[in-house]
Design a protein around this ligand. Structure first.
Ligand SMILES: NC(=O)c1ccc[n+]([C@@H]2O[C@H](COP(=O)([O-])OP(=O)(O)OC[C@H]3O[C@@H](n4cnc5c(N)ncnc54)[C@H](OP(=O)(O)O)[C@@H]3O)[C@@H](O)[C@H]2O)c1
Length: 240
């Protein structure tokens, strides 16, 4: 992937790592489309980043993903890179957690990318060179006790990424995994108190994670594990 003249769709590109990917990839000459559920956040991206295109989607709903595919493919027939970045992380203690919402990370972080990939795959297979990037996490490999469902969902996505890569061997679609370590973007979705609890864990600047992803893809490194993620993967293997 030269990532200079490509057309890239990023799920969850209205903040954090996804927005940084959009900014860097757009600055490198690519056409970039970001997505999210919240229309106000999408409009803020359109206003502040006129070069980016922003579309609404909920990655957990088949009809919403199909409608996104229809709109994006009509507007950007050259779409050739899909980045499954939308994610959610909750602080869950099983003895206290209510059943409502406890499995949300499985829907957003695991079922979501599977659904989006499946809906966009026929289009990507028609391109002469294309790529799918699944964003997992360093704590896919070494389960984090404060986020057990998150870690499990990301380990599941890691596994799916490996099998998708094997199934697509010899086809036009390359399959990448980016496993960021803890970054300067707070980990837990929407909870300052939860994020303060984990403040001692070192943070990698989001911009560094994204530039490592871009250079890794240019070198065809299919598993991109910046910073601490490499160590977490080794520690996870030792724990098993
Ligand atoms: N932050 C870290 O330190 C860290 C570390 C390792 C891995 N990661 C992974 O990196 C990715 C990005 O993380 P982040 O912290 O940068 O995320 P973030 O800033 O919290 O942004 C999440 C994005 O996902 C979108 N989103 C959430 N649920 C969605 C749904 N059902 N359908 C469509 N879009 C949805 C959000 O938009 P709406 O709210 O508008 O839907 C938002 O654009 C995630 O997969 C995360 O697990 C993050």
């Amino acid at each position: 992937m030269d990532l200079k003249h490509d057309t890239v769709l990023i799920t969850g590109g209205t903040s954090g790592i996804g927005l940084e990917m959009a900014e860097q990839l757009s600055a490198e000459g690519n056409t970039v489309i970001v997505t999210g559920r919240d229309e106000a956040r999408l409009q803020r991206v359109r206003d502040s980043h006129p070069r980016l295109r922003a579309y609404r989607v909920d990655v957990t709903e088949l009809a919403s993903v199909q409608s996104l595919r229809d709109r994006v493919v009509a507007d950007f027939p050259g779409l050739n890179v899909l980045i499954n970045n939308a994610g959610l992380m909750q602080n869950i203690s099983f003895p206290e957690a209510p059943a409502e919402g406890v499995a949300d990370e499985v829907a957003v972080n695991l079922a979501g990318p599977i659904l989006v990939t499946q809906v966009f795959l026929p289009h990507l297979l028609r391109q002469s060179a294309s790529a799918i990037v699944n964003v997992t996490s360093g704590i896919a490999y070494f389960a984090f006790d404060k986020a057990p469902v998150y870690s499990a969902s990301k380990l599941g996505l890691h596994s799916c990424t490996q099998t998708l890569r094997r199934q697509l061997r010899g086809r036009s679609v390359e399959v990448y995994e980016l496993a960021p370590p803890r970054t300067t973007k707070p980990m837990f979705s929407g909870s300052e108190a939860d994020n303060r609890e984990v403040d001692r864990i070192p943070k990698m600047p989001v911009a560094d994670v994204v530039s490592i992803m871009i250079s890794g893809m240019r070198k065809r490194r299919y598993e991109i594990l910046p910073g601490m993620s490499k160590m977490l993967r080794l520690m996870g293997k030792a724990r098993l």
